[in-house]
Design a protein around this ligand. Structure first.
Ligand code: GLY
Length: 429
C-alpha cells in the first residue's frame, strides 16, 4: 500500500475537523490539507483558503499539489459534481458522483428510487403546482403531513412538519408561490412517528459495510424543545438498536440501496447516511444523506478503531470487501456549544477562551466548527455551531461525564449547549 499520502479534506466544520483528526492517525498519511478548514484544523493540518463549492479551485489545487486522496465533507460540492470533475482527471476522491448524490440533493429522486426498490419510506407525492398540491392535500385522511422541498434547502430549512391543514397550506404557499427557497418541486409526505436514528455505512459501489447507528438531537432546547438546528449533540451506541435490528436495517435498507444504485447505473461510492425512524410498522427511511453527519461524524470518528484512510481508499478502488473496518464497543458523546442567538444569525469575532486546556482527559477531543483565529485569539466565525466537545468512554455514562466536565471549562460568554445529550439513553440503560 502507498505511504506518505497527500490528503485533501473539503469543508470547514467540526465534521471535517473530526475527519482530519482521524486521518492524521493513519500511518499511510504524510500531509493533510483542508479547504477551507477552521481554527481547529489548522492545529493539525494545513488550511487552504478555497471555498468548499469552488470546484475549479479545488481541482487546480489537487492537481498542483499532487493530492493522492480527496475526502469531501459536505453535500454541496458533491451535488455540484466534484467527484465527476476529480475522476475525469484521475484524482482519487471519496464520495458519490453527482448522479449518485441525487439521493440527497433531490428528494423527488430519492423517494421515487425507494419506491422502485421497495425500500420502506413514508407514502408521498411530488408537486410543482400549488393548486394541484392543495387538491391532493384535501384528499388526505389526515392533516399530519410533512411538506418538503425536493432540492437542498438552505441548511436546516425546507422541511415543515405540520399538525394542521393550515400549516401545510402555508408551507406549500411558501415553497411554491413565494418561492422562499427558489424554484423547487415539493414533496407532501405522510407524517410518521417513532424514534429517529442516523445510520452510517461505507460502500465501494457493490459492498456495503455498516458502521454504527448514532442519535442526533436536532432541537435547540433540552427535552427536544424550540427550533430545529443542524444538530446540537449526538451519541452512540443506542440502547434501542440491537444486532437483530441492525441486521434488519442492513437487509431492508442499506443493501437494497447500494444494489439499486448499481442496477440503475449510478453506483454509490462513499459514506451513506440513512436518516431512519423506528416505527410500529418497522424501520422507515426519512431521508438519505451522501456524507457524514455533523455532529454524528465526531462520534463515529471517536469510535472507529481501524484506519479510516485505508477504508476510504478501498471504497474508491472498489475493494471494500477485503478491507478491515472495525468500530469500538465503547461509547461516545458529542456536545455542540453554539454561539449566542443560534440558530438565528450569530455574530463573528466573539472571544472563546480556555479551549486548548479544557479537555479533562485524553478521551476528550474538542472539534472546532465555527471558529477562526484573530490576532492570536480564538474567536467565533459566522457559523453558529462553534465547538463539538466529544468524549469517549467504556460506557455512555462515562463518555457523557467527560464531555460535560470539559464543556464546563470553556469560557465563552453567551455560548450555550443542551444539558441532556444522551440522557434518554442513560435513563433507558
Ligand atoms: N446532524 C444532521 C446532519 O448532519 O444532517
Amino acid at each position: 500500500m502507498m505511504q506518505n499520502l497527500r490528503v485533501l479534506v473539503v469543508g470547514y466544520g467540526a465534521r471535517e475537523h473530526a475527519l482530519v483528526w482521524k486521518i492524521a492517525q493513519s500511518p499511510l498519511v504524510g500531509r493533510i490539507f483542508v479547504a477551507p478548514g477552521n481554527a481547529g484544523t489548522m492545529q493539525i493540518a494545513t488550511n487552504v483558503d478555497i471555498h468548499d463549492e469552488d470546484i475549479a479551485g479545488l481541482l487546480a489545487f489537487a492537481l498542483d499539489n499532487r493530492i493522492d486522496l480527496t475526502v469531501v465533507g459536505p453535500n454541496d460540492p458533491l451535488a455540484l459534481g466534484i467527484v465527476d470533475a476529480f475522476s475525469a482527471e484521475n484524482l482519487p476522491i471519496f464520495g458519490p458522483t453527482q448522479a449518485a448524490a441525487q439521493l440527497e440533493s433531490s428528494k423527488a429522486f430519492s423517494k421515487a428510487f425507494m419506491q422502485r426498490h421497495n425500500i420502506p419510506t413514508p407514502a408521498y407525492a411530488t408537486f410543482d403546482n400549488y393548486i394541484t398540491a392543495l387538491t391532493y392535500l384535501d384528499t388526505l385522511p389526515t392533516e399530519r403531513v410533512v411538506v418538503k422541498v425536493s432540492g437542498l434547502g438552505a441548511r436546516g430549512q425546507g422541511v415543515t412538519v405540520c399538525d394542521t391543514q393550515a400549516e401545510a397550506r402555508a408551507a406549500l404557499h411558501d415553497y411554491l408561490i413565494t418561492k422562499t427557497l427558489g424554484d423547487q418541486q415539493v414533496i407532501i409526505e405522510e407524517r410518521i412517528s417513532g424514534r429517529e436514528l442516523s445510520m452510517f455505512a461505507l460502500s465501494d459501489g457493490t459492498t456495503v459495510v455498516p458502521m454504527l447507528p448514532v442519535r442526533d438531537h436536532k432541537r435547540i432546547g433540552d427535552g427536544d424543545t424550540g427550533p430545529n438546528t443542524g444538530g446540537m449533540g449526538a451519541f452512540a451506541p443506542l440502547p434501542d438498536v440491537d444486532g437483530e435490528l441492525l441486521d434488519h436495517i442492513n437487509a431492508t435498507i442499506l443493501q437494497p440501496t447500494i444494489r439499486g444504485m448499481a442496477v440503475e447505473g449510478t453506483p454509490y461510492v462513499g459514506v451513506l447516511y440513512a436518516g431512519l425512524m423506528i416505527t410500529d410498522n418497522g424501520v422507515q427511511v426519512l431521508e438519505y444523506n451522501c456524507r457524514f453527519g455533523n455532529p454524528e461524524a465526531e462520534v463515529l470518528m471517536s469510535l472507529m478503531d481501524s484506519d479510516l484512510v485505508a477504508a476510504m481508499l478501498a471504497c474508491v478502488e472498489g475493494d471494500l470487501q477485503a478491507s478491515d473496518v472495525r468500530m469500538s464497543a465503547g461509547a461516545a458523546v458529542s456536545i455542540v456549544i453554539a454561539a449566542p442567538n443560534y440558530p438565528a444569525k450569530s455574530q463573528a469575532g466573539l472571544p472563546i477562551r480556555n479551549v486548548y486546556h479544557a479537555a479533562v482527559n485524553e478521551d476528550v477531543q474538542i472539534f472546532h466548527h465555527g471558529t477562526a483565529c484573530q490576532n492570536g485569539q480564538l474567536v467565533t466565525s459566522q457559523h453558529g455551531r462553534t465547538l463539538a466537545v466529544t468524549a469517549k468512554g467504556d460506557c455512555l455514562c462515562q463518555a457523557t461525564e467527560n464531555a460535560y466536565a470539559t464543556a464546563a471549562q470553556i469560557d465563552f460568554v453567551g455560548g450555550h449547549y443542551r444539558r441532556d445529550i444522551g440522557q434518554q439513553a442513560l435513563l433507558a440503560i
